[in-house]
Design a protein around this ligand. Sequence first.
Ligand code: NAP
Length: 305
Amino acid sequence: MSSTWHILGAGSLGSLWACRLARAGKPVRLILRDQQRLVDYQRGGGLALVEHDNLRQYAIPAETANANGPIHRLLVACKAYDAAPAVAQLAPRLALGAELVLLQNGLGSQDEVAEQVPHARCVFASSTEGAFREDAWQVRFAGHGFNWLGDPANPSVPSWFADLHDAGIPAQWALDIPTRLWRKLALNCAINPLTVLHDCQNGGLLGHLAEVEQLCDELVGLLRRCGQPDAATDLHEDVQRVIVATAANYSSMYQDVRHGRRTEVHYLLGHACRAASRHGLAVPHLERLQQRLVDNLRSRGLRSD
Ligand code: NAP
């Protein structure tokens, strides 16, 4: 089986993973959106990673989904709303026993991807690393963090897992990956939409703690109803801890809105509200929050789905 890492989506996180794997001598190929993006990439000569203000360029080979050749190992690094359609394009190239790593934030996109490739193994990731695009093919490694990877359908550690260690990508195999993804989703629901609505940094929510508490109460009930009691443990305290620890930061949703980009709300607050409705659980504060956010996004001319 080929050990090449195909990276679908050379954006912030995809480039960060691609450059570190390439730096460690692992075979890497980028899969770009279309021919125009490929020509543009090739003109630039590769991907650049800026770390501690040091810039280094990596001439990583790239192709589009239409290229030939089987794919055995695929890192899906698109936004949650792009992941399933992007993987569907590649489905004919996936080899028997192919393995996918899904980097998407939130929940729901993982199942959408798995539906496109029922015979492939899908490994879910939850990342606290931070990166952003400074230029077309240049990414800054902005926040050191950690990655948890796991497969709810299969506890065995994949054969390629040691590649991450070799590449200096901090990672641990997590048997409780659904719990971790739910916890991160709950933290996001309690913080990110409010930072957009109140137009503030995370720390600005210290002035709206009653509102945060109401959301946490409903989120705890929802997590328990969804069979995720561990994700509910000490949620209120953790949300307040995150607000204080990241007081000077702007949330990812706030940044998406500020830059006029589509948000991943469908896979975050939207997923929470859909799960509550499926379980017949009343979550009036979360639903009201979603409606206010949708109205806010629409008033800015942004997609709300
Ligand atoms: P991003 O910078 O917007 O990158 C997404 C990339 O996917 C873009 O380069 C885009 O191509 C590409 N793409 C979309 N559809 C494609 C297709 N059909 N074929 C090929 N490429 C395609 O997003 P990101 O910030 O890396 O986020 C990726 C995921 O990681 C998100 O779910 C995010 O929440 C999560 N995450 C990100 C961070 C972070 O610090 N950035 C941290 C934790 C989690 P174009 O360049 O052509 O638009």
